[in-house]
Design a protein around this ligand. Structure first.
Ligand code: PEP
Length: 262
């Protein structure tokens, strides 16, 4: 059974007081959600405070990035072991904003993925095509390249600790969402790609959808057979919206979800 995971990517948002209010709001509503994993990904500067606020709750903590080294003269960067030491469980790797705005290439992303594994963190590898690539029929080629480059560097076994997030670039922060069918098609492809190398990893890996997921569209996306949760940007900054998405991921709310048993 793949346990649904709902992850909130807070990007470069939040003050100390906003982080406190958001975490308290999520904590208050998250009590009934034992059948799913909930994760928040604040900025680096809010991680320690978030860890304290999350306290004994089951909500997990993750970072949005890391540098692929353990320590050294890398001014301004943060290493995987530092994140693990702070109590992070997960780290985003290869978010499209990092690929595009910060020019992270396949080799750097693969090195970051490897560094996350070595630090004992669970990487959430983000993959996705641009609108132009989709329109030119290149979706499968792009996704395959983004995943294969990481498998080559880190090995397939590393994917036992990993999560994949399919995030069509054209749907991130745009209000456009892939239809459940469009998303399912790519998720099924990703699962098949991994299954060809290792059947067990293909079956058990969680594949999240990201790209303008919100309370209104979460149920139909999460109902798809190969969608195991969501990576949420904008809608994760409001506790009530985020909790509605968590509710939509609950197996009891979703008969198809129950069938996600291998
Ligand atoms: C994201 O940042 O990963 C994301 C999916 O953002 P949004 O939900 O705002 O599209």
């Amino acid at each position: 059974m793949r346990k649904p995971l709902i992850a909130g990517n807070w990007k470069m948002h939040g003050s100390k007081s906003q982080v406190k209010a958001l975490i308290e709001g999520i904590k208050q509503g998250a009590d009934g959600f034992a059948e799913i994993d909930i994760l928040v990904l604040p900025t680096f500067v809010h991680l320690a405070e978030a860890k304290t606020l999350l306290d004994a709750s089951a909500i997990m903590l993750g970072a949005q990035n890391l540098y692929p080294g353990t320590q050294g003269a890398f001014t301004g960067e943060v290493a995987g072991p530092m994140l693990a030491d702070l109590g992070c469980d997960y780290v985003l790797i290869g978010h499209s904003e990092r690929r595009t705005l910060f020019h992270e290439d396949l080799a750097l992303i693969a090195a970051k993925f490897k560094a996350a594994i070595e630090a004992g963190l669970k990487p959430i590898l983000c993959v996705g095509e641009t609108r132009d690539q989709r329109e030119h029929g290149e979706t499968v080629r792009v996704i395959s390249e983004q995943i294969q480059s990481v498998i080559e560097a880190a090995g397939i076994e590393a994917f036992r600790q990993a999560v994949i997030a399919y995030e069509p670039v054209w749907a991130i922060g745009t209000g456009l969402t892939a239809t459940p069918e469009q998303a399912q098609e790519v998720h099924a492809y990703i699962r098949q790609l991994l299954s060809q190398i290792n059947v067990d990893i293909g079956k058990t890996i969680r594949i999240l959808y990201g790209g303008s997921m919100k309370a209104e569209n979460a149920s139909s996306l999460l109902a798809m057979a190969d969608i195991d949760g969501g990576l949420i940007g904008g809608a994760s900054l409001d506790a009530a919206s985020f909790l509605k998405i968590c509710a939509a991921a609950m197996p009891m709310d979703n008969s198809v979800q129950k069938a996600k048993v291998n």
